[in-house]
Design a protein around this ligand. Structure first.
Ligand code: DI6
Ligand code: FE
Length: 403
């Protein structure tokens, strides 16, 4: 791709220097050169230098940054539809986990598959995301729970980037659950599997960030701290699953380690929000899990707003708590269940999702200097994207962002 001038679009820029809601530019134009945005503005203000660029007519359509799904467990074997039935008959998510179902049942299904089979299983979910304008997907390990099985998952995640026009960010989540062979020996699991696996995965270039599930049914804050110390020593980015089912103060711990994001956060309290503000940690909210588990404890949205903590949203696509592979549905759920505004929701899967992955230099907004990566919609107003459920108005994507 060389030099192009995209014109006649309504641009949702999320450029923080533009005062309009959504950073909206009506009758907008974007000058693009070699995958990078050169200039963005009103059509009539186009500088002379860009007027001879090859014209692309957007025909009045809405243009947003491509979407980013910043928290998924997209690579996994099997499904848990039977547990869904059990929960509908009264069993809780935690009951099922303690009875050896839950995450561990997906571990069994994942261990039985080759990299190629995991890739084949994940592709339809990935395609469903891409069909709604997604260009970047974060994928966690965490259903292998041996050194080799965790690395297998990460290899499958990396392979997905070869199969589709998408950027994959990998996260090492060996501290997701305690495997049956380490029952009542979770410290040994960390020493013998989680920490050595991180080192090997890092050496092989398989890990972009490290995550841990800090929860009563998973790992304690002091265990998570050991995982983070290792991550820091390898200079890897840090994320956490925290305050999903109870408040163990995992978020404050992660903030002390300068985490990129803390995710879930239903049970987060104000001291945790203040810690996130200090460390610049993004709050990743996962309304799909909240909905699917029929939770009723809302994350502290107003407190996050009051402290100006950036709010991102993601599918959490996983077979147990959020079998969701639609970011458009997540927009709708975030507005209906969490009462985010459509603007906050859309920013949550673009600019703030980019921040949650540490890629905001290149992605998340339509602004000079960033990659030219746009979703073009058959819609007039950006609120339409959050307002409908089960409807995909994507017209096309414009991708100049090379891997
Ligand atoms: N929290 C979640 O919601 C997912 N993982 C996590 O730590 C659930 C994963 C699963 O149930 O398979
Ligand atoms: Fe998750």
């Amino acid at each position: 791709m060389t030099n192009q001038l995209l014109k006649n679009g309504r641009l949702v820029t999320f450029d923080e220097d533009i005062a309009e809601q959504y950073g909206l530019v009506e009758k907008g134009a974007i000058a693009v050169s070699n995958g990078e945005i050169q200039w963005v503005g009103e059509f009539e203000d186009i500088p002379q230098a860009y007027r001879q660029y090859e014209a692309v007519d957007l025909e009045g359509r809405l243009v947003t940054p491509t979407f980013i799904d910043c928290h998924t467990h997209l690579v996994h074997g099997g499904n848990r539809a039977r547990e869904f039935e059990m929960r509908l008959q009264g069993a809780s998510y935690e009951d099922i986990a303690r009875a050896g179902g839950g995450i561990i049942s997906t571990v069994k299904a994942t261990r039985g598959k080759s990299v190629e089979e995991l890739v084949e299983d994940a592709l339809p979910r990935l395609d469903s995301l891409i069909a709604e304008g997604v260009a970047v997907v974060e994928i966690k390990s965490g259903y292998g729970l041996t050194t080799e099985e965790e690395l297998k998952m990460l290899r499958a995640a990396r392979e997905l980037q070869q199969r589709r026009e998408v950027i994959i960010k990998t996260t090492y989540l060996a501290a997701h659950a305690i495997p049956p062979e380490y029952e009542n020996k979770s410290d040994e699991y960390i020493d013998q599997i989680v920490l050595p696996g991180m080192e090997i995965g890092h050496e092989e270039g398989l890990i972009d960030a490290v995550d841990a599930f800090c929860e009563g049914i998973a790992f304690s804050p002091s265990q998570v701290e050991r995982v983070f110390n290792k991550a820091k020593s390898l200079d890897l980015d840090i994320k956490i699953h925290a305050e999903q089912l109870s408040n163990l103060k995992g978020t404050e711990l992660a903030a002390r380690y300068g985490a990129l994001s803390a995710d879930h956060l239903e049970y987060l309290e104000e001291d945790g929000v203040a810690a996130m503000k200090t460390s610049g940690t993004v709050a990743v909210l996962l309304p799909g899990a909240f909905y699917f588990l029929r939770e009723n404890k809302l994350p502290p949205i107003q407190s996050l707003r009051d402290y100006s903590v950036p709010i991102a949203l993601a599918t959490d696509c996983n077979p147990g708590s959020s079998p969701v592979s639609s970011l458009l549905l997540i927009l709708n759920l975030a507005c209906t269940l969490f009462r985010l505004t459509p603007e906050e929701a859309l920013k949550g899967i673009t600019l703030n999702a980019a921040k949650a992955l540490g890629i905001e230099k290149d992605f998340g907004a339509i602004k000079a200097g960033k990659k030219s990566s746009f979703a073009i919609w058959d819609a007039e107003h950006p609120a339409e994207l959050a307002y409908r459920a089960g409807f995909n108005p994507l017209h096309s994507m414009y991708r100049g962002d090379e891997k």
